[in-house]
Design a protein around this ligand. Sequence first.
Ligand code: ATP
Ligand code: MG
Length: 425
Amino acid sequence: MSDRVCLVHYHEIGLKGKNRSTFERRLVTNLHRALRDHPVRAVRRISGHVLVSVDGGQATPEMAHVISRVPGVARVSLAYLCTLDEEEYCAAAVTALHEAGEFDSFKVHARRSSTAYGRHTLEINRLVGDVLCQEFPTKRVQMHKPDVTVCVNVINASVYVYAASGPGVGGLPVGTAGKVVTLLSSGFDSPVATWMVGRRGAVCVPVHFSGRPMTPDTSEWLCQDIINALAPSGMIGRLYVVPFGERQRQISLAVPQSLRIITYRRVMFAVGERVARLEGAKALVTGESLGQVASQTLDNIAAVNETVSLPVLRPLIGSDKQEIMRRAQEIGTFELSSQSVDDCCTLFMPRRPETHARLREVHEAWDSFDHDAMIDGLVASTEYVDFDQCPSYKPPQELKERHPALAPRPWQGRTPQTGAESARF
Ligand code: ATP
Ligand code: MG
């Protein structure tokens, strides 16, 4: 029997002109890493596709599934790799259609990457179609929206035959859009926002603020689980955790009740920006959606935003909660985010938060405590865990020398989850 390979299709990278080969190389590297638990023999570019072959010759649906989650992949097909021998590729077409499950109608769709192979695609369609009609006499050939399409793709001196093909997540290969710091809670929104920028090619470094020591560290574990759900796609570099509980208590004593949330957020943004500078990240990302909760009115967004000078990306700003939850289901974070746990957001909450903050009052509140010292202290007490699944992520090795007092401590006293690896400088 012919070898089985994964044929990876991409759209957008094809549009990137001179950058195309950089993008393709990045995709190849990312696929290698994503498939490291599988017996991969080679991942290589072939004429507008990436080909994944395995030791033993038989790529599996599980591999195709892993590949489909890697940003930059538009589609992945589990194909039989044949020579130009007609009998061989017709036999593969028969096998592919037998494996297609229940169906009533089918068609053959042939393509050639060059004219070096003498047969025209119409001829190939007819040739393979005749063989399939003989083998499946009760099935209908249907050109428009058939149940199954058997693709016969002639690329260089090989023929790839498949009926099993599924969509990928699309987007661009991680590592082609720089690095971002994402503010990650264990709610529905920020994991989805993280995934969305990761899908656009950004290396994501999430920062989570927990209520520790005022709350248990459950939200930190939940964030690790969320990151473990996202990490196989290769978009997560490192998760930072900032124990924020004690500082929140100080803020709650210093500022008017109605301005607590805005003040917490300003501190969170400022710490996020400091981490971003240490990491060389070029933007912050949040899961905010306009008007969704009190803190997400335009006035409040402006009052928080002015704390930082880096761009703040809000990929969900125009999304409804239902859309976000659907996306959370698709990316595997829904169940995790459904668990309600105490984090810094549930701590010292005011009864009536300000919905339209006036900047003068926000500034008065901000100046009523030593915010710079608080931000320094929080950065210094930051902990982290690495996820060894993003080939483009480079930890800031020189962190200690540049900022001796601010070096994050290694993750303490916790056993890392599967797939995550504790970090040490
Ligand atoms: P989410 O579903 O992401 O928690 P939310 O609807 O609960 O969002 P808010 O609580 O107003 O909205 O948070 C707005 C954004 O602020 C979040 O999307 C996230 O980016 C950031 N954020 C909120 N809480 C935390 C936290 N504990 N740690 C880090 N970032 C946070
Ligand atoms: Mg939340």
